[in-house]
Design a protein around this ligand. Structure first.
Ligand code: HEC
Ligand code: HEC
Ligand code: HEC
Ligand code: HEC
Ligand code: HEC
Ligand code: HEC
Ligand code: HEC
Ligand code: HEC
Ligand code: HEC
Ligand code: HEC
Ligand code: HEC
Ligand code: HEC
Length: 320
């Protein structure tokens, strides 16, 4: 019984020695890796001899001349594929060496509870880009491997106005139904710009969503403003009569965009804005209202209709 046990121990020691020797043996040429230092060990260390202090001291130290290169992200990805993919797809400017952030890793010890200590700190590379009000970076940047993906947490929603003061101020100053909406009712994801057509019908069936904000600023939609290029067709949905007359008139006003005259919604222009001195003053003193003679600004009667004689008795230039 005792001798069997003894043999087993001897066998194990021999097997272990051979096993270890097998590890040191070069297992065939690896591309790009020099074999020289390993051979030097073989020559200097006598086969089967006990480890010696002198053996190869000079040659082996050469093994430690090089600074080992950091594992590349792809190498880390061999085991951490999910994190690599996050960085690959949405990592943005965080697509750098993993080890630039993870200066310490693979040393988590649940007994020590050192997780927090191991994890990279934003402050190693960043100051406080949003000011001292927001020191707790991970509260919003919940996934550092996709730094620009910031979920609409309650905390973020309650903070919109700290960073976007203009939009908040507009909504407050120019009261509209949008003031009653939370920022996240429209911005369902941080940075997402919603289409107005998610919630509204267009004025005319073919009206594009891209036109809406040209008249309605999103955060003050009742502060409607026109530009000289505003599409007159939009007006037709509510002012059908004016639009119909204007779009068919033979007069030159048919070429004047609605918004050139109506610079603001509801605003009525003075003819003199564009026609400074159309007639002698004595005539205008007698007939101060232009439309007494010109009748309909959206469908001016024009010369060939011969209306001037009938209505005012004024003789047209060139007529006998
Ligand atoms: C810009 C810095 C930065 C880069 C680059 C980075 N990490 Fe991280 N990583 C962090 C931070 C910060 C945490 C801690 C997150 C937390 O506390 O929730 C973390 C956590 C981790 C964790 C543990 C938590 C988890 O999600 O499993 C692993 C594993 C990890 N990173 C691997 C990687 C790998 C692999 C790469 C490269 C492919 C990488 N990291 C690149 C900053 C970084
Ligand atoms: C051979 C596989 C392998 C490679 C390669 C690898 N890891 Fe890990 N890593 C693991 C395992 C296993 C764990 C522990 C289980 C887990 O958290 O997924 C881990 C845990 C981690 C952790 C969290 C725990 C800790 O102790 O730090 C970080 C951070 C981490 N790895 C970063 C990296 C980085 C950075 C690289 C590349 C420089 C890398 N790992 C390469 C297998 C690997
Ligand atoms: C090892 C350094 C390092 C650490 C640690 C680090 N970052 Fe960065 N971060 C960078 C660099 C470099 C950039 C790119 C800066 C630039 O080009 O302006 C960047 C950019 C960013 C960006 C903008 C990303 C983009 O694609 O535009 C955000 C957001 C960000 N970091 C948040 C964080 C947060 C939050 C943490 C902590 C969890 C953190 N960073 C930790 C180095 C780091
Ligand atoms: C209240 C939420 C919140 C907190 C807290 C916060 N951030 Fe941000 N941060 C954001 C949002 C939202 C963005 C914009 C992301 C985007 O581009 O869509 C951002 C953008 C950034 C950017 C890119 C800046 C730019 O102008 O392009 C960096 C860098 C950044 N954060 C770093 C940090 C750091 C470091 C901390 C901690 C000191 C931090 N953040 C804390 C919400 C936050
Ligand atoms: C900590 C500061 C911070 C907070 C809080 C914050 N944002 Fe931002 N936000 C930013 C930064 C930084 C950007 C990026 C600006 C850029 O890309 O030029 C941004 C971009 C945006 C954009 C896109 C702007 C564009 O021009 O495309 C929208 C929309 C937006 N934020 C809405 C919100 C809403 C809604 C909230 C609240 C739920 C919010 N933000 C909270 C900092 C913040
Ligand atoms: C009724 C929907 C709606 C609400 C509510 C809303 N937004 Fe917007 N927001 C938009 C639309 C639409 C745009 C795009 C405007 C454009 O393209 O001219 C926008 C644009 C933005 C932008 C980009 C810069 C700009 O002004 O064009 C920021 C930042 C922003 N909103 C922040 C906020 C914040 C903060 C709140 C809450 C205080 C808020 N928004 C409420 C619809 C909304
Ligand atoms: C998330 C839904 C949502 C989006 C996106 C949205 N709105 Fe609204 N809007 C509303 C609600 C709700 C009201 C109030 C009820 C109604 O009139 O339908 C409203 C009302 C309005 C009003 C009347 C305001 C008042 O006080 O009477 C105008 C004008 C308007 N929206 C224009 C727009 C424009 C232009 C856009 C795009 C820039 C837009 N809306 C995007 C939800 C939205
Ligand atoms: C040419 C300018 C113009 C454009 C472009 C425009 N609107 Fe309007 N919108 C108006 C005017 C003017 C009103 C009437 C305001 C009033 O009642 O005083 C209005 C009213 C509204 C109202 C209030 C409810 C109603 O019908 O009276 C909503 C909602 C609205 N618009 C949504 C939109 C949407 C969505 C778009 C883009 C598809 C859009 N608007 C494009 C000028 C415009
Ligand atoms: C050449 C300038 C001019 C053009 C172009 C013009 N308008 Fe007018 N509009 C006026 C004037 C001036 C009045 C006031 C008429 C009056 O006092 O009887 C007016 C009045 C109106 C009124 C008030 C109701 C009425 O008929 O008196 C509406 C609505 C109107 N215009 C809509 C439009 C629309 C829609 C268009 C484009 C299809 C348009 N206008 C093009 C100058 C113009
Ligand atoms: C969504 C419907 C809608 C659209 C689109 C619309 N309007 Fe109006 N408009 C109205 C309403 C409603 C009024 C009456 C408001 C009031 O009395 O304040 C009005 C009033 C007017 C008036 C003043 C009428 C008066 O009697 O004083 C003019 C001028 C006018 N609109 C021109 C336009 C022009 C020009 C456009 C296109 C660029 C346009 N509107 C687009 C709904 C609309
Ligand atoms: C926004 C500028 C503008 C306003 C305001 C305006 N008009 Fe004109 N009108 C024009 C233009 C442009 C023409 C064409 C001139 C040309 O081609 O020589 C014109 C032409 C005319 C003509 C000649 C018609 C023709 O077809 O030959 C008459 C008459 C006239 N306008 C009367 C008026 C009266 C009356 C008013 C006020 C009720 C008025 N206009 C307001 C811009 C305007
Ligand atoms: C008493 C009637 C009457 C009044 C009032 C009147 N007009 Fe005229 N207007 C005419 C006649 C007649 C013509 C000549 C038509 C022609 O030459 O073919 C004319 C021509 C015009 C023309 C075209 C000139 C050209 O060279 O083609 C314009 C512009 C014009 N009027 C603007 C106005 C304006 C603006 C007012 C108000 C300040 C006004 N008119 C008031 C009768 C009148």
């Amino acid at each position: 019984m005792k001798s069997t046990c003894y043999k087993v121990v001897i066998f194990s020691v021999v097997a272990l020695a051979f096993g270890l020797w097998g590890c040191v043996q070069p297992k065939g040429q690896v591309k790009g890796v020099s074999q020289k230092p390993v051979q030097a060990v073989k020559q200097e260390g006598p086969k089967g001899a006990a480890p010696s202090v002198q053996a190869g001291a000079a040659g082996e130290s050469a093994l430690y001349m090089k600074e080992p290169p950091a594992l590349t992200p792809v190498q880390c990805a061999q085991c951490h594929r999910d994190i690599y993919m996050k960085l690959k797809e949405k990592g943005g400017k965080h697509r750098i060496f993993c080890t630039r952030c993870h200066t310490k890793f693979h040393s988590y010890n649940p007994v020590q509870g050192n997780w927090q200590e191991l994890m990279p700190k934003c402050s190693a590379c960043h100051k406080e880009p949003h000011g001292p009000k927001f020191p707790d970076c991970l509260k919003c940047h919940q996934e550092p491997h996709t730094p620009r993906v910031v979920p609409n947490s309650d905390y973020l929603v309650s903070s919109c106005n700290s960073c976007h003061t203009d939009e908040d101020a507009q909504l407050r100053q120019f009261k509209s139904a949008h003031t009653e909406q939370g920022c996240d009712a429209c911005h369902t994801r941080h940075g997402l710009i919603p289409s107005c057509l998610n919630c509204h019908e267009p004025h005319t069936p073919d009206q594009q969503a891209s036109t809406c904000t040209s008249c309605h600023p999103a955060h003050k939609p009742l502060k409607i403003h026109f530009t000289k290029d505003t599409d007159s067709k939009t007006c037709s949905s509510c002012h059908e009569g004016e639009y119909a007359k204007w779009s068919q008139t033979p007069s030159k006003h048919g070429k004047v965009n609605c918004s050139l005259c109506h610079k603001e919604h509801g605003w009525i222009p003075d003819c003199k804005m564009c026609h400074q001195q159309p007639h002698p003053p004595n005539l205008l003193a007698r007939f101060p209202k232009c439309l007494d003679c010109h009748l309909d600004v959206h469908d001016l009667p024009i010369k060939k209709q011969g209306w001037l004689h009938d209505r005012t008795g004024i003789v047209q230039p060139g007529a006998s």
